[in-house]
Structure formats: structure tokens, C-alpha cells
Design a protein around this ligand. Structure first.
Ligand SMILES: [Zn+2]
Length: 486
């Protein structure tokens, strides 16, 4: 299968090379020891204790980053800044004005109508290239929409991107129905196009995603859920829902419905082994702790059900809580403003992991478009923001947050943890087998910061060093200090 060959290509590109990293801290092996690591054919071949008296700053070797949820067809719509041409449509007129969700949907629909092959390939390749070179991303679930407007051109671009860049980044393609497939004027047509996409691109597609909350009525939403489960099972696909994107307490949670149907269809025993179910957004989960407790209880009753929750906080906090404008009098003048009462919610992923024992991770979702105009798509920055968003400020929290954009993210989309085992030689008798994250993300430290002094001579200030996971989560290193190795 092409999906497998993409990973094989990534493995092959790492093969037949030997490299060595000296003076590196590997937090998953030991909190502070420094090591010399040799990497051969993409796997660690030797791990030897390094001299601890080196004055050079050590590096950190961490698991590489993963996007468990990112839209490959709509990054940088607002920030691509290409001159408008036949190949590259202009989008400048689609900048947000109200910022409301409806406007984001409308402007993104308008952008979709302008997509071209070149434009989709360019923006998609920029997303993958920036992820790999600037951030340390080696794996992603890439959502591409299929519907009556774009038909298959987003998917065709994704397949080409996977072919061209799959040796660096493992691109898992998710065919995604953003629009209704059981209601609205184009629902039926959209659904049949999704089916056709799954048929025609069978070798390249690994996941099916739908959006039950956009359906026009609860019955259609239920049909959407059941059809997606059945289709994913029948075709051996991973399943991914954009679910319950609302803070309306009165609307019922869809999660118990999803879990009940997965149970009814015997996903755990009849789905292709290793295929997971991911539930994204699901902001409704924040409206009542009772819902979360019920969901956790249901999942604890079915521990074999591979359900993962992906928090998409940068989109959630941007899109939600947008009241209409109101006005008041100030010094005899009319002032128009939006009320400050703006409740927003995003799944409390660290707590769901720590307190409820659920599977969770974090995703960037969108970057540079009407749903999320800001940010550069860096998963480590997302983990950093998580410290404040989730009030998760302990060192242990930081490790969970990093896990949410690396190993937990990979597990959510059904990928293996990275790393190879090697006997650690720490100079003692207690040599042990250790798992080293290779391919990994190497974070270097600067020894000093060099500036111009008043007398024209160089002024050298000792740099702060990042020596642990919490150091990179609280203060993400800039891209020049990051490198994918292995
Ligand atoms: Zn999404």
C-alpha cells in the first residue's frame, strides 16, 4: 500500500547513515545524565555515558513532534501572500471582519472555490516543510476536504505531497467531510463524493473524518456518526470526528452515542487491528463535569476501545464566545463594542489524561486561515500555551503537554512510538537496555549570546540552557536550535 510505502520511504531515507550525537541529555532515559549516542541505519546503535565535566552545553534528545489533527488543504489562506495568478488565487479579500464562525465558514467556502492544484500543493508543502525544518514534526494526520466544491483536487494534492515529502514526514491522509453529508442541498452529493474518493484513492487514504455537528438536524447527525463508523470499519480506516463544537448545555452530548454505536458494531473486535477513533473539538464536554464522568465510565467499561480525544485549543478559544456588538453612552458619545462576557471552552486534555485516565493529545488544527489566523503551527508552542490554558504548571504537567504533541499524538492516529532499544553503557555494572527516541528531535543549547558592546567589542552573555522537558515546554526553543535526527 502507498500508505505503508510512505513510511518505508521515511525509514529508507534514514537507513545507510551513521551519525553521532555527543553530550546529550535524554530525559526518557535519565533526567540529567549526559550521553554519547551513535545512530546507525536510523536506529540507536550505541549509548555511552558522556563526560559530565564538559563546559559545552548539552543538547536534549526528545521524541519528535506529531500533528494529530491538521488541515493540509487550508493553511496560510490568509498568509500565503502570493501575487494572484491563474495558478495562485488571491485571498486578500477574505480577511476576517467580524471573526464570527459563520464568517469563517463563508470565507473558507469562498476560498475553496478558488483552490488550484498549484496553490494546494504550494501551501501544503509549506506546512510540511515548516513543520519538519522549523518545528521538528515527523508525522501528521492531514485532513483534506472532499465535497461538491473541491471534489478531489485537495486529495490529489495530498497524494502528491505524500509522494514527494513522505520520506521526511509521515503524512497520514484523512478524507474529511467538513460539510453535511446527510442533510442540506448537497448532502447526498457530498457523501457520494466521499465514497468515490475512498474508492479511487484507496491506496493512499488511511482515515475518514466527518463533522456530525454541521448536519441540519439531530437525525442527520446520528446518521452521519453511524455511516462514518460503518464506512471506516468496512474499509479498514481510522475514524476521526469533529464533534460537539458547542457550549450549549441544553444540547445533548454525542459522545455516549458514538461509544454506544462503536460497541454495537463491535469495533474493538471487528475493526481492522490498530485502527483508532479520534474525537476532536468536543467543547461541549466542558459544559458539565457529569458528561465527562459518564464518558470516562463508559470508556473504562470498554478499555479495548481505542478512543482518543484531541484538544484543538487555539481554534476553540478563537472561534467561540463571540457575542454580537452592543453599544453604550460614554461622555455623551455612542460606543459600540462586543460584550466582555465571552464564555469559551476547550477540552481539558491534561486533566482528562491525569484524572480520568483517558487518551488525549493536542492538535494545531488550522493555521493562517479564518478559523485560526494566528500562530505558526508549532506543536511545541501549542504545548507551551497549554500551560496557561489548562493551568498546568508543574514539571509533570509539562511532560504530559509534551507527550500530547509527540507520543500521545502518534498513538492517537495509530502510529507506533518512536525509538529503538540499545544497551546503555554508563560505566557501571548496572548496564541496562534503554529506549532512545530515534528518530528524534534534537534541541541544542547556545553557550552564550553575543552582542555589540559600547566599545565596539563583542559582549558575551551566558545563555540559559534548556535541560529538561519542562524547559522546552515553558520556553520553546527557536527553530535554529531544533533538528530532526536519526
Ligand atoms: Zn479540524
Amino acid at each position: 500500500m502507498a500508505a505503508q510505502s510512505s513510511r518505508d520511504a521515511a525509514d529508507a531515507s534514514r537507513a545507510s547513515r551513521t551519525s553521532r550525537i555527543d553530550n546529550v541529555i535524554i530525559p526518557s532515559v535519565h533526567r540529567s545524565k549526559r550521553w554519547n549516542v551513535e545512530i546507525k541505519d536510523g536506529s540507536p546503535s550505541s549509548l555511552v555515558s558522556s563526560s559530565t565535566c564538559s563546559s559545552e552545553p548539552p543538547s536534549l534528545l526528545l521524541p519528535p513532534l506529531c500533528h494529530p489533527h491538521i488541515h493540509l488543504d487550508k493553511p496560510y489562506i490568509l498568509t500565503s501572500n502570493r501575487d494572484s495568478s491563474n495558478q495562485h488565487p488571491g485571498y486578500l479579500d477574505l480577511e476576517p471582519v467580524s471573526g464570527q464562525f459563520d464568517e469563517a465558514l463563508e470565507n473558507t467556502a469562498a476560498a475553496k472555490a478558488r483552490y488550484t492544484r498549484h496553490d494546494l500543493y504550494l501551501r501544503g508543502s509549506q506546512l510540511i516543510a515548516e513543520g519538519y525544518t522549523r518545528h521538528g514534526v515527523t508525522c501528521m494526520r492531514a485532513f483534506v476536504e472532499v465535497d461538491h466544491v473541491v471534489r478531489f483536487q485537495t486529495l490529489e494534492a495530498a497524494v502528491r505531497l505524500k509522494q514527494d515529502l513522505g520520506h521526511l514526514v509521515d503524512v497520514q491522509i484523512c478524507v474529511f467531510a467538513q460539510d453535511p453529508i446527510f442533510s442540506s442541498e448537497h448532502g447526498e452529493e457530498n457523501r457520494s463524493l466521499v465514497v468515490e474518493a475512498l474508492d479511487r484513492f484507496e491506496d493512499a487514504v488511511e482515515a475518514l473524518g466527518t463533522t456530525p455537528y454541521v448536519e441540519k438536524n439531530p437525525e442527520a447527525s446520528t446518521q452521519n456518526i453511524e455511516w462514518a463508523v460503518d464506512t471506516a470499519m468496512a474499509r479498514g480506516l481510522h475514524l476521526d470526528f469533529h464533534l460537539d463544537y458547542t457550549l450549549d448545555k441544553k444540547s445533548p452530548s454525542s459522545v455516549p452515542k458514538v461509544l454506544a454505536y462503536l460497541r454495537r458494531r463491535h469495533w474493538a473486535t471487528r475493526a481492522q487491528p490498530g485502527k483508532t477513533i479520534v474525537i476532536g473539538h468536543c467543547t461541549h464536554m466542558t459544559t458539565s463535569n457529569g458528561t465527562l464522568a459518564e464518558v470516562a465510565a463508559l470508556l473504562h467499561q470498554q478499555p479495548e476501545l481505542p478512543v482518543h480525544f484531541v484538544g484543538l485549543p487555539t481554534s476553540d478559544v478563537y472561534m467561540m464566545g463571540r457575542p454580537g456588538a452592543q453599544s453604550c453612552q460614554l461622555n455623551g458619545k455612542q460606543v459600540s463594542y462586543k460584550p466582555y462576557d465571552r464564555p469559551r471552552g476547550t477540552m481539558q486534555i491534561p486533566s482528562m489524561i491525569r484524572d480520568f485516565g483517558l487518551n488525549g493529545c493536542l492538535g494545531v488544527n488550522n493555521v493562517g486561515n479564518a478559523f485560526t489566523p494566528y500562530g505558526d503551527g508549532d506543536p511545541m508552542q501549542l504545548a507551551c500555551w497549554g500551560t496557561g490554558l489548562y493551568q498546568a504548571g508543574t514539571a509533570a504537567d509539562a511532560e504530559i503537554l509534551y507527550d500530547c504533541v509527540s507520543d500521545r499524538a502518534r498513538r492517537a492516529i495509530g502510529r507506533r512510538d518512536v525509538g529503538g532499544s540499545v544497551v546503555a553503557d554508563d560505566g557501571g555494572v548496572g548496564d541496562d537496555i534503554k529506549k532512545v527516541p530515534v528518530p528524534g528531535l534534537l534541541v541544542r543549547n547556545r553557550k552564550e549570546i553575543v552582542m555589540s558592546g559600547r566599545d565596539g567589542k563583542e559582549l558575551r552573555v551566558p545563555a540559559r540552557w534548556r535541560l529538561s522537558v519542562k524547559d522546552v515546554v515553558w520556553d520553546p526553543p527557536d527553530s535554529s536550535l531544533r533538528e530532526v535526527v536519526g
